[in-house]
Design a protein around this ligand. Structure first.
Ligand code: PLP
Length: 361
């Protein structure tokens, strides 16, 4: 029998969240961002479920080929273009859309187009750096970039995107600055435009343009600092669950786990639950981090180990070995755990390890 850890993936919730994206801008196209194995949920199951998406966006040619090999033939965007020139034949063959972000990529692409026999057109997008300052052409050089692309036979610039840096904070005026710079740079009507990630979609309507690029909100976490998933009517997609594997009766003053970080203040029972940092449950979850036993809230006690945590059974009636324990999901918002662990829901979702089976429901 396998360890009882599992991550349930609620596809009805995923589709509900997709509908929430389109509620914000019903007539725009949606490029669902499903990189990093669909934010840890299983990229293929997510892609197959999001059949209303107009396109998918991933981080690498490898991820895109997984989609193509599974028969997914919607447009697939490579958000950082390609990493090596030897990816280009697959990109052309599988009709992927690289979003190129620097002159090196453009030169490799132009050289490759000149030497290859393929006379099919390759559609590309360009990334513009409007303020994130990681990747993207400088706004001032967009005309030159466009001209260079036009000079290469069978290379077609079909869209421009940029990425918002601070859109999760509705009080931060950097987003307005990025939106105005983006508008200023892109005059051409024939180019598709895209700027809005989840936070842009929810809080910055001016950032919507032609294509929305939601990621985190599809999976039911709030993209905004000042609003919860419930406020935004987003439903949790992942429920991380395990079971009680042991129950211990401890006396006042006894300590629990590595380092004996937590001392029992009274005679009490604790449950040992089969989950740990080896499953991706964060070691930074300290005493007090909520869990739900049979749907009732309790708390982690002491340190998270590789395969186990210890949970308070005070106030939990009739707990037994084999009872389900939720780490996040329906009862415990992942955003609450992320805040307590000084991280973000993106990281918690992505770091659930391969030994945890993902189960659609
Ligand atoms: C270029 C780009 N667009 C959109 C997204 C989606 O962002 P979010 O998950 O915040 O919606 C990402 C995610 O990292 C991204 O890198």
């Amino acid at each position: 029998m396998a360890r009882p850890v599992r991550a349930f993936v609620d596809l009805v919730a995923l589709q509900h969240n997709f509908k929430r994206v389109s509620d914000f801008a019903p007539h725009l196209k949606i490029m669902a961002v499903i990189k990093a194995d669909g934010y840890g949920h299983g990229m293929l199951r997510v892609a197959k479920s999001l059949n209303k998406a107009d396109a998918f966006a991933v981080a690498s040619t490898e991820e895109a080929l997984i989609l193509r090999n599974a028969g997914i033939n919607k447009p697939v965007f490579l958000l950082t273009g390609f990493h090596h020139g030897d990816e280009l034949s697959d990109i052309q063959k599988h009709n992927l859309t690289p979003v190129i972000h620097n002159h090196e990529q453009l030169s490799i692409l132009a050289d490759w187009k000149k030497t290859t026999d393929a006379d099919e057109v390759l559609n590309i997008w360009c990334k513009l750096d409007t303020g994130m300052h990681r990747v993207g052409f400088d706004p001032g050089e967009i005309a030159i970039v466009q001209k260079k692309i036009t000079g290469v036979q069978n290379l077609n610039l079909s869209g421009i995107m940029s990425h918002l840096a601070n859109a999760d904070n509705v009080l931060d005026n950097k987003t307005d600055q990025q939106i105005s710079l983006f508008k200023k740079c892109i005059k051409s009507k024939s180019l598709a435009k895209s700027l809005a990630n989840s936070a842009g979609i929810v809080a910055w309507p001016e950032s919507h343009f032609d294509w929305l690029r939601p990621g985190i909100m599809l999976f039911g976490s709030s993209p905004l600092l000042d609003k919860s998933a419930v406020d935004l009517d987003l439903l949790p997609v992942m429920t991380l669950e395990s079971e009680i594997i042991n129950i211990k009766k401890l006396s006042k003053h006894e300590t629990i786990g590595y380092g004996g970080d937590w001392t029992c203040p009274e005679d009490m029972s604790v449950a040992v639950v089969a989950i740990g940092y080896g499953d991706g449950y964060p070691r930074s979850a300290t005493t007090g981090t909520p869990v739900a036993i049979n749907g009732k809230r309790s708390q982690v006690l002491g340190r998270v180990s590789m395969d186990m945590i210890t949970v308070d059974l005070r106030g939990i009636e009739n707990a037994r070995i084999g009872d389900p324990v939720e780490l996040w999901g329906q009862n415990i918002p992942i955003d609450e755990i992320a805040t307590l662990c000084n991280t973000i829901a993106y990281e918690l979702m992505c770091q659930v390890t391969p030994r945890v089976p993902r189960i659609s429901r």
